[in-house]
Write a protein that binds this ligand. Structure first.
Ligand code: HEC
Ligand code: HEC
Length: 297
């Protein structure tokens, strides 16, 4: 080997030795939730053990367990594609539509799982493991490198539940045309329901309130508030933050609870004690699943 060649190979070796650790460091990222700090290198190990079968080797939502909608002729709407982490678009956020979720939002989603979809709850992992996973899944999307999460929306304290509040919520459900997708009785069978597709061009159904108690994004009244004030990005469910005032949003929450006729809530009990409410509840027909499958149109 000539001196020239030796010098060249030494130079290349040095270049590789210098860049490899640099790249490895650059790819590491963290997540922060209260006192917890997640590390992507630990999250990576967990991801390739628990998540990639669905979310894909590259996090693009095309893991080998994902079967295209057509493969499930009987229950197409149950088969929502695993999230493509590359796009950095998430359904369950405390932040305004179009913005990135907080680390805490992602951490909560991983622990909660997505009801009526194939996304399991990972509550059996430790808090630290879920934090590490969040740090790693963020590393799939360039959005997290260039953008900060949105500022969480302000959720004012819930006002007292009254019949007037429920009635006003009912008016809003009409005025804001929630019924066009969700149907007058909230069974996920409005006139637009069968035409909706998500950001993967797969058919998706509006939520069927009549048979559901839980939501993808939580179970509490506060979670319900956030759902329509932030929207489920990547799905046809929009954000109404620009048209609904905070106090009105609580009225809508109170009314939506009365559509959940198979779930006993203070709202349902109060509404049932009125003549109008008792009639509405007695007349509601209950069938299908929370995601609208099984509904014939
Ligand atoms: C059996 C398949 C499956 C496995 C395994 C799985 N997921 Fe999912 N995941 C899904 C599906 C399907 C969705 C989309 C649900 C929807 O859009 O309604 C999803 C959505 C998500 C979301 C999106 C949250 C949002 O707000 O949009 C996150 C984050 C996530 N998964 C993290 C994980 C992590 C971390 C693991 C491993 C610990 C994991 N998933 C394992 C199927 C899976
Ligand atoms: C353009 C159609 C459309 C309109 C209009 C619409 N929704 Fe939705 N909504 C959807 C779809 C589709 C889903 C299911 C998304 C999913 O499963 O990912 C949904 C889901 C929901 C959920 C359940 C979310 C969860 O976490 O599981 C709630 C609550 C909801 N909508 C409330 C409302 C309210 C209140 C209005 C009116 C202010 C409204 N929607 C208007 C299409 C719509």
């Amino acid at each position: 080997m000539s001196i020239h060649k030796i010098a060249k190979s030494l130079f290349l070796t040095a270049a590789v030795l210098l860049t490899v650790p640099f790249l490895a460091v650059a790819q590491q990222s963290e997540s922060h939730m209260g006192k917890l700090t997640g590390h992507s290198d630990a999250g990576k190990q967990l991801y390739y053990r628990f998540c990639w079968g669905c979310h894909g080797f590259r996090g693009d939502g095309s893991g080998e367990n994902w079967l295209a909608t057509g493969n499930f002729p009987t229950e197409p709407y149950l088969n929502i594609q695993p999230r493509n982490f590359d796009a950095g678009v998430f359904k369950c956020r405390s932040t305004p539509t179009g913005t990135l979720p907080t680390d805490e939002d992602l951490y909560n989603s991983v622990g909660r799982g997505f009801v009526m979809t194939n996304m399991p709850s990972w509550i059996s992992l430790t808090n630290q493991q879920r934090a590490d996973l969040v740090a790693f899944i963020k590393s799939f999307s360039p959005r997290f490198r260039g953008e900060k999460p949105g500022d969480p929306i302000n959720v004012p304290a819930e006002p007292m539940l009254t019949v007037e509040s429920i009635k006003h919520g009912k008016e809003l459900f009409q005025k804001l045309e929630c019924w066009k997708c969700h149907g007058q009785e909230g069974r996920g069978d409005g006139p637009s329901a069968s035409t909706l597709t998500d950001s993967n061009d797969n058919p998706i159904r509006p939520y069927n309130f009549a048979v559901g108690s839980r939501f993808k994004c939580g179970v509490t009244n506060g979670d319900l508030y956030k759902i329509f004030m932030t929207g489920l990005d990547g799905s046809p469910m929009p954000s109404f933050a620009d048209v609904v005032k905070p106090v009105e949003a609580w009225d809508l929450v109170h009314f939506l609870r009365t559509l959940q006729v198979t779930y006993k809530s203070p709202e349902l009990t109060l509404w049932e004690s009125t003549k109008e409410g008792a009639q509405q509840i007695a007349a509601s027909r209950v069938y299908g699943t929370p995601t609208g499958s099984g509904i014939k149109q």
